[in-house]
Design a protein around this ligand. Structure first.
Ligand code: SAM
Length: 284
């Protein structure tokens, strides 16, 4: 079944009386080339978790690469559609659930045992950041996360220090992964087309975090506070965030060898780690 054909998508929608819900980000991909790129970038060993299968177009491609595919879809109207479109595959399981309310660690253990898996998703835009944050922070047995996201979000996930795209989510990605834009995807390659272009990003999990810090919690707090008010200097952001008086914070900046007038977006991940460690020492 050629799910990349817009005509087929319309025919399936008609057959099941399915109407696209914009609020759930239901824009379905129609490019075989992009589907292949996602599946290959995921470097699948055995298992894949897919978030949001829709009509199952990416699911079908993943089934060709994986031993087992588990697809979590929030929209129960898609149950019967997926039963139909995936009827030719024996290695897929569809779970009707909201990924944001799913215990992902338990799901992976239950479905894949102790294997490390890949995650692939053409993510609904409204949950992009919370899903990526959860996948990274929960320290799951994952090798690669390959996600289609809004182009601007892709640039943020993969940004380098110094620009407006560089922020807290960039550092979260850089701490745990090697982020990379795999390909850009024009809005016209979806049915129905969204308002913005997209890009496929791979977050390849590192064996160990990119920098070693005394306290991960303190590292991410420092990052969060540094970007909480982007127009303010690091001195102002960290002083109000941590409640450290400026004269005491000056000493910390000096020890870290970082100019207090800099802004968060100019700090490399190593400088953030250094700053966070000095703050950890301050709090003892
Ligand atoms: N994978 C298909 C494709 O590539 O064409 C569909 C992608 S579509 C952009 C996003 C899918 O995610 C939709 O099927 C939508 O119903 C589903 N979805 C939205 N929110 C979800 C959530 N919280 N949990 C699981 N699935 C969700």
């Amino acid at each position: 079944m050629e799910l990349t054909s817009p005509r087929t998508i319309r025919a399936i929608a008609d057959r099941f009386g399915f109407t696209f819900k914009k609020g759930l980000g239901q824009n379905f991909l129609t490019s075989p080339e992009v589907l292949e790129k996602i599946a290959q970038a995921a470097e699948i060993e055995d298992g894949v978790l897919e978030i949001g299968p829709g009509f199952g177009v990416l699911t079908q491609t993943l089934c060709e690469y994986a031993e087992k595919v588990v697809a979590v879809e929030i929209d129960s109207r898609l149950n019967e559609v997926l039963e139909f479109t995936l009827s030719g595959y024996r290695n897929v399981k569809v779970i009707n659930a909201d990924i944001m309310k799913t215990d992902i660690k338990k799901l992976i253990r239950d479905e894949f045992g102790d294997k490390r898996i890949s995650v692939a998703a053409n993510l609904p835009y409204y949950i992009t950041t919370p899903v990526i944050t959860r996948l990274l922070e929960e320290k799951l047995p994952i090798n690669n996360i390959v996600v289609m996201v809004q182009k601007e979000v892709a640039q943020r996930l993969c940004a380098l220090p110094g620009g407006k795209d560089y922020g807290a989510i960039t550092l979260l990605c850089r701490y745990f992964t090697a982020p990379e834009i795999i390909t850009n995807v024009k809005a016209g390659l979806f049915v129905p087309p969204p308002k913005v272009d997209s890009a496929v990003v791979r977050l390849k999990m590192l064996d160990a975090p990119a920098v070693s810090v005394k306290s991960e919690d303190m590292f991410f707090k420092t990052v969060r506070f540094a970007f909480a008010q982007r127009r303010k200097t690091l001195m102002n952001c960290l002083s109000s965030g941590f409640g450290i008086p400026k004269d005491e914070l000056s000493d910390i900046f000096e020890k870290a060898n970082i100019e207090p007038s800099r802004r968060g977006e100019t700090l490399s991940i190593e400088e953030f780690a250094n700053m966070a460690d000095r703050i950890s020492e301050y709090f003892g």
